[in-house]
Each structure stands twice: as structure tokens, then as C-alpha cells.
Design a protein around this ligand. Structure first.
Ligand code: C2E
Ligand code: CA
Ligand code: CA
Ligand code: CA
Length: 275
């Protein structure tokens, strides 16, 4: 900074300001996105690894920005969290996911992502219950995916929320397992039904690699704790073989299918039934 003198500092400042303004603009646009019907859901199949049958779908949020085109949820979910827009957006996601799931056969599940702020919202469960009822979807079909960040604030409150979800018949999943600091301890401290192994482990998991060993260990532990294991980001036949050998129950990833539109998800299920 010193070598560049004042101009270097000023450049830095200008860049920060540009980034800040870009975020402000995006936040303002996001406020209208719901009303302007720019948000949509994509549905990625989750398969039983043994039989390769579709068991459910994960709902993934998409934003079709009028000028910028598709914006990744990794970019706009943090903004939605900060601005609390995640609350109305999250309610819409759950209702839309239930509406689409109502069209599928009853044994097909639907998984929805919840952010930390949603998870702390006292109106979350009444909202979910209303959506399930409105669309006639059984609570047992719904899995709520949360990451460790939602558990950090208050042990007691987080456990009570997870207990309540399960008492209502919904399933709870610990998402991005293995990427946080305390993953292992969270498994015994909180009531989860499912763990989702993060794709970073699946990606690096060639035969006899360290990541393959980690996955085997996670699957072992999950079986002892009576948890269902889902692997994310399955892209190759080698990864599938490794996951099967480790005893992983389910998987999702580009090897099977990308996140699909509403019509394509129904078509996939129909085609499977004709086989
Ligand atoms: P996630 O929950 O870990 O979702 C999995 C991500 O991996 C998705 O990215 C999915 O499209 C991508 N993926 C699936 N299969 C593969 C694969 O084989 N290889 C690779 N490289 N990637 C794969 P996406 O849709 O961009 O979502 C990113 C994140 O945004 C999600 O990560 C989730 O944390 C968040 N998100 C998405 N929808 C929602 C939502 O409705 N609410 C909240 N709160 N967060 C959401
Ligand atoms: Ca997820
Ligand atoms: Ca994940
Ligand atoms: Ca992830």
C-alpha cells in the first residue's frame, strides 16, 4: 500500500465501494424478485444407490434476473439472509416445493434448504404446516436441510426446533456434512434423520484416497447412529462404486441428473415407472 501511496489506497476504496453498490443494487432487485415472479425452483433427483431408483428431489432456488440472467443462490442467498428477505422468499420456496411435490407419487420425497435465519424464525413451522395442508402433502415426505451455521447460536433452541420438526413427522438433514468445525459432535448432540456428505469429499474420493477413507468412516458412524446417508455431487462411475462399497444409502449429482424443471422432474418419474 505504501509503495502505491495515496492512489493505491484510493483504488482499494473505489473497489470496495463498487462491490458495496453492486450488493445494494442486487438487494434492491431481490426485493422485487418474488413479486415479479423472477424466482423459480429446480429439482435435483436423489436416488437409492443400490437400485438407482429416484426416491425424492432437492428443491434448489433459481433467480432469473431480467438484466443479469441466472444468478447463483450462492451469490444471492447471503444477501437475502442479511436483508431478512430470506423469510418471505423461504416461505415461497416451501409453498412452491409442496405445490410441485403434490403432483408426484406419494412415496417421492421433497427436500428443502433452510437458512440460519429461517431456522430461528418462530413462524417457520406454522408456515410449513399450512403449505403442507394447502397442497395435501404428507409431512413425512418433507426433509428440512440445515447447515451447521444454523446450529451455532443456541443449543437448546436449535434442539427444540429439530425436535418439533420431527414431532410433526418431518425429517431433518444435516447439510454439507464434514465442512464445519464440529460436524461429528453435532451428530450426537442434535436429532437428525439424514446426513448429507459434502461434495468436496465425494469429489476427491478416488480408490484408496484419504477422502474415500473419510466417507467410509462417516458411513460407518451414520449406520451406528441409525442415520440415512446421502452423498452430494456424485459425478463419476468411480465415485458411485466407492459410495456403494462404503454403504452409502442415497446420492445426487450430475452422474444421475442436473437440477430439473417442474415438467422434467415429473417426466423423469413417469419414465422410471414405465421401465
Ligand atoms: P447445497 O444445498 O449444498 O446444494 C447442492 C448444490 O450442488 C446445488 O447448487 C446443486 O446444483 C449442486 N450440485 C448438484 N449436483 C452436483 C454435482 O454433481 N457436481 C457439482 N459440482 N455440483 C452439484 P446450487 O443449486 O447452486 O445451490 C447452491 C447452494 O445454495 C445450496 O447448496 C444451498 O446451500 C443454497 N440454496 C439453494 N436453494 C436454496 C433455498 O431454497 N434456500 C436456502 N436457504 N438456500 C438454498
Ligand atoms: Ca442442500
Ligand atoms: Ca449440501
Ligand atoms: Ca454445499
Amino acid at each position: 500500500v505504501k509503495a502505491n501511496g495515496r492512489s493505491g489506497l484510493r483504488l482499494c476504496h473505489a473497489e470496495l465501494k463498487r462491490g458495496y453498490l453492486a450488493r445494494q443494487t442486487l438487494a434492491a432487485d431481490l426485493e422485487h424478485a418474488l413479486r415479479r415472479e423472477e424466482l423459480g425452483l429446480a429439482f435435483q433427483p436423489i436416488l437409492a444407490l443400490e437400485t438407482l431408483e429416484t426416491r425424492g428431489f432437492e428443491a434448489l432456488l433459481r433467480w432469473h434476473h431480467p438484466e443479469r440472467g441466472a444468478i447463483s443462490p450462492a451469490e444471492f442467498i447471503p444477501i437475502a439472509e442479511e436483508t431478512r428477505l430470506i423469510l418471505p422468499i423461504g416461505r415461497w420456496v416451501i409453498d412452491e416445493a409442496c405445490r410441485v411435490a403434490a403432483e408426484w407419487p406419494e412415496e417421492i420425497g421433497i427436500a428443502v434448504n433452510l437458512s440460519a435465519r429461517q431456522f430461528a424464525d418462530p413462524l417457520l413451522l406454522p408456515g410449513i404446516t399450512t403449505s403442507l395442508r394447502r397442497h395435501g402433502v404428507a409431512a413425512g415426505r418433507l426433509t428440512l436441510e440445515i447447515t451447521e451455521s444454523a446450529l451455532i447460536r443456541d443449543d437448546g433452541a436449535a434442539r427444540a426446533m429439530l425436535d418439533e420438526m420431527r414431532a410433526l413427522g418431518m425429517r431433518t438433514a444435516l447439510d454439507d456434512f464434514g465442512t464445519g468445525y464440529a460436524s461429528l459432535s453435532y451428530l450426537t448432540r442434535f436429532p437428525f434423520d439424514v446426513i448429507k456428505i459434502d461434495q468436496s469429499f465425494v469429489r476427491g474420493s478416488g480408490p484408496r484416497s484419504n477422502d474415500a477413507t473419510i466417507i467410509e468412516t462417516i458411513c460407518d458412524l451414520a449406520r451406528r447412529l441409525d442415520l440415512v446417508i446421502v452423498a452430494e455431487g456424485v459425478e463419476t462411475e468411480e465415485q458411485l462404486a466407492m459410495l456403494r462399497a462404503a454403504g452409502c444409502d442415497k446420492g445426487q449429482g450430475y452422474l444421475f441428473d442436473r437440477p430439473l424443471g417442474e415438467a422434467a422432474s415429473a417426466a423423469r418419474l413417469a419414465a422410471e415407472r414405465l421401465k
